[in-house]
Ligand binder design. Structure first.
Ligand SMILES: [Zn+2]
Length: 408
């Protein structure tokens, strides 16, 4: 198979087929009929036994067809349908992980194919890693930028932890499947991308004020994926092949930017911390989960609103004199010293009205109230969500530490 020798995936034009390879993933194919190519790939790798991991929705969407094509090649294939929890959600908890690990062992599987969205991928990436075998990604919706991530967020006794696991050896994103994805999932993928406006700001902010590691190349790569989505938003909204291909390639690009940098900074800032905070609250209360990207999109609107307000309030309050109560006094000094640049970077984030309009245009929830996140939860998360990742210095964290110091 001839793979383009590029570390960057080529952007599809006119919904055309794109095949690329990177250091981390040996084949990335976005195109109609990509499932057929996945079968050829499996054949080439000469796996003697393979598991197709699906859920009750992704089996009819793509898993069944994949199973039939693999069987037609006389390959030994077993289908594992991951069962939902009591709320009806498929989640990456102990029960799902053991269900798949058991089948991997029982079948002597030499590889697993993840057919589904982010959660199926997380379950598979963890199990393949634990079993010491590779996995292949067949996304069924352009819903999240984590398909090619190496980190597996899993739930152990209700606590979310992220295990450093493995990424897929190959990705086959079949536009015939992705075009039929439920529109809420496509809108969620757009929301996850829109969140890069605030994550990219927070990353530059953290590097400027707290010396966090930074890569201009990874930041630019993420920004160009983000702008590709925004520029194609009408085609995505109309679920045109060109738009869906652009969204899918942007999600994969964002994942590759994180892989190349080695951490999630390019794609995850305060908007993701809010989203994680809401997720943990819903797990605690046993409520049905909201889509990751839907939360990120709505959270991005709230963070953008706050950051523009902070910019409007100006430098007063950031100068550190007399506030040694502050948790990060050196960073507060750095904010004052770098204020003009910080303000300029905030100006690069669209205002909350523009972001709301973009989300609405795609047909996703455009606000926290449409997501049915309560005012109380929103207010509490805006005060506390920075504690989700205390190794990140975001403007949300700086703002909350300033407020806490003022109240001390
Ligand atoms: Zn995300």
């Amino acid at each position: 198979m001839a793979a383009a020798e590029s570390s960057k995936i080529n952007m599809p034009s006119g919904g055309g087929r794109v095949r690329s390879a990177t250091d981390d993933v040996d084949t990335i194919l976005i195109g109609a009929g990509a499932i057929g190519e996945a079968v050829l790939y499996v054949e080439e790798q000469a796996y003697r036994s393979i598991i197709v991991a699906v859920d009750a929705n992704t089996y009819p969407a793509a898993g069944q067809r994949l199973e039939e094509l693999l069987r037609a090649k006389r390959l030994a294939v077993h289908v594992t349908i991951i069962k939902p929890d009591r709320q009806g959600d498929v989640i990456a908890d102990e029960a799902s992980l053991i269900q798949l690990l058991h089948d991997v062992k029982q079948q002597g599987a030499e590889a697993v194919i993840a057919v589904g969205g982010g959660t199926i991928h997380d379950i598979v990436r963890y199990c393949a890693y634990m079993a010491g075998i590779p996995f292949i990604s067949v996304p069924t919706a352009p819903s999240v930028d984590g398909f090619n991530s190496k980190g597996a967020p899993i739930l152990i006794r209700g606590e979310k932890i992220t295990i450093a696991a493995i990424g897929p050896n190959a990705i086959f994103a079949d536009l015939d499947v992705l075009m039929k994805a439920p529109s809420a999932l496509t809108a969620a993928g757009f929301g996850d991308m829109l969140g890069k406006y605030t994550s990219l700001f927070d990353w530059s902010f953290g590097s400027l004020t707290a010396g966090e590691p930074y890569s201009l190349a990874a930041a630019e790569r993420t920004r160009s994926a983000l702008l590709q989505c925004v520029n194609q938003s009408e085609l995505i909204a109309r679920r045109q092949e060109e738009g869906i291909a652009a969204l899918m390639s942007a999600l994969i690009e964002s994942g590759l930017a994180m892989l190349s940098f080695g951490q999630s900074h390019p794609a995850s800032g305060a908007e993701h911390h809010l989203s994680h905070y809401w997720e943990m609250e819903y797990i605690r209360l046993g409520k049905r989960q909201l889509l990751h990207g839907a939360k990120v999109g709505a959270a991005c609107v709230e963070i953008a609103r706050l950051y523009h307000r902070i910019a409007d309030e100006g430098i007063d309050g950031w100068s550190n004199s007399g506030s040694h109560e502050r948790e990060s006094p050196a960073a507060a000094d750095a904010i004052a010293a770098n204020w003009p640049q910080i303000r300029k970077h905030i100006a690069d984030i669209p205002d909350s009205g523009t972001l709301t309009g973009l989300l609405r245009g795609i047909g996703g929830p455009a606000s926290v109230s449409e997501l049915q996140v309560s005012d109380e939860l929103l207010a509490r998360s805006m005060r506390e969500a920075h504690r989700v990742r205390m190794n990140r210095y975001t403007l949300l964290r700086a703002y909350n530490e300033r407020a806490n110091a003022a109240n001390a």
